[in-house]
Design a protein around this ligand. Structure first.
Ligand code: NDP
Length: 437
């Protein structure tokens, strides 16, 4: 803890995982072995840090920091997104990379764990500035990427525009075309059908299973509170609506919007246009787009009745107080579209109330899962039919749910099941490769 005190979110992720693995650590025969393995896994194999210099529209040279945490390659190439956000730092990217190892293991595909990004803030920048930044970022990162070494994707602040600009720069630098060194690519240049949709759709697919199995009912008519309004939220909202559930909230970092009777497909299209085309704030949407609450999040509203909470914005958005409020307001299930959106107190409050809780590493694994399918398609130089990818995504989420059930200790939780299933796979791989003994 002393060594990484300056990386509190990383420590939080490691501690949560360790608490979850307690039944393994207490095993009389293999407890010590698992504890040592855990310590080995918690240290990244390699962290790359680099300067990113780029020219703003006024002709000034600007500098940002870039990172790629190549955390664990036991199961395959380092795989995990790039985040461009002013709060990104090595500790945040380490927490995300650490989570990614076990998430990727749960998909059943051959992918190791990694994460990267920059403290560059795309907000308020022109397209040309973002493109110049991406080109400069890739100029550094390109030397570390290869389809069988390290294959990043998008995350907060990195969507189709950014992936396009980075891939374009890679092609110019390397004279290699059709190389699967990024996922989330456009359909014209190697992208998989359903990759943009995959995280949000996967989240709702696994929640549907959880609700049907855990509560014996359908999602139809359920009031789903979503946070965020970016990639994950947009497609989770679309799938909720398709399944007959009500999307009663969305948000951005300035405030949230409530739709008492559920968001309509027209309102969803308006939100997507606002975020992806106009790159504007939800506050600009005004009348006809629900009720805007400045400075609030869906988790801070006192009397919002909620059946399912689907946080899709960022880490630590739900603390103990917010979780207690959700419980008071009727929540029966939580599915994490974002990574680590519920802090430890929040998780404890959900557990104490018997709320179904599907942690991010299971609930949002559909994104990286379809990234894995994109890598497979790139390797074959083929594009599969959309229905085929969607069917595989559904099957993958069902497989992940099954692993959670199968590995949950007696009297334990699905979350423990997810953590134990992912951890055991990685440890076994490390042992077989002679990396741990
Ligand atoms: P986007 O950048 O597309 O959207 C992020 C959304 O969250 C925006 O609405 C943003 O609002 C909001 N947000 C970001 N930071 C904050 C904050 N500090 N407080 C309040 N709101 C905030 O990102 P994604 O949708 O891709 O990612 C969302 C989450 O899902 C992240 O935790 C990411 O790690 C996780 N995830 C994403 C995957 C993917 O495939 N994209 C895969 C697996 C997990 P604003 O516009 O105001 O910044």
């Amino acid at each position: 803890k002393g060594k990484y005190a300056h990386e509190p979110t990383f420590l939080q992720a490691v501690e949560e995982m360790a608490l979850s693995l307690k039944p393994l650590f207490e095993d009389p025969e293999k407890g010590d072995y698992y504890k040592r393995a855990f310590c080995a896994i918690a240290e990244p194999e390699r962290t790359l840090k680099f300067r990113v210099s780029w020219m703003d529209d006024a002709g000034n040279l600007q500098f940002n920091r870039g990172w790629r945490v190549e955390f664990n390659s036991v199961l395959g190439p380092y795989k995990g997104g790039l985040r461009f956000h002013p709060t990104a730092n090595e500790g945040i990217l380490k927490f995300l990379g650490f989570e990614q190892i076990f998430k990727n293991a749960l998909t059943g595909l051959a992918m190791g764990g990694g994460k990267g990004g920059s403290d560059f803030n795309p907000k308020g920048k022109s397209d040309a500035e973002v493109i110049r930044f991406c080109q400069s970022f890739m100029t550094e990162l390109a030397r570390y990427l290869h389809p069988s070494t390290d294959v990043p994707a998008g995350d907060i602040g990195v969507g189709g525009r950014e992936i396009g600009a980075m891939y374009g720069q890679y092609k110019r630098l390397k004279n290699k075309h059709g190389e699967g060194i990024l996922t989330g690519k456009g359909a014209l240049w190697g992208g998989s059908p359903f990759r943009p949709e995959a995280t949000g759709y996967g989240l709702v697919y696994i929640m549907k299973i959880a609700v049907e199995k855990g509560l014996g009912k359908s999602m139809e008519g359920m009031r789903c509170a979503l946070s965020g309004s970016g990639n994950v939220c947009q497609y989770a909202a679309q799938k909720c609506i398709e399944f007959g559930a009500k999307v009663i909230s969305v948000s951005d970092s300035n405030g949230c919007v409530v739709f008492e009777d559920g968001m309509t497909t027209e309102q969803l299209a308006t939100m997507i246009d606002c975020k992806e085309v106009k790159r504007a704030r939800l506050s600009t949407l005004g009348e006809g787009f629900g009720t805007y609450h400045a400075g609030e999040s869906p988790w801070s509203l006192e009397d919002l009745k909620v059946d399912l909470a689907l946080p899709c914005a960022t880490q630590n958005e739900i603390n103990g107080e917010a979780a207690a409020r959700l419980v008071k307001n009727g929540v029966v299930g939580v599915g994490e579209g974002a990574n680590l959106p519920t802090d430890m107190d929040g998780q404890n409050a959900f557990r104490a109330a018997g709320v179904i809780y599907i942690p991010g590493k299971a609930a949002n694994a559909g994104g990286v899962g379809v990234s894995g399918l994109e890598m497979a398609q790139n390797a074959q130089r083929l594009t599969w039919k959309p229905e085929e990818v969607d069917t595989r995504l559904k099957d993958m989420m069902a497989y992940i749910y099954q692993q959670m059930e199968d590995h949950a200790p007696k009297g334990g939780t699905l979350e423990q099941g997810a953590n134990i299933a992912g951890f055991i796979k990685v440890v076994q791989g490390m042992k077989e490769l002679g990396w741990f003994y």
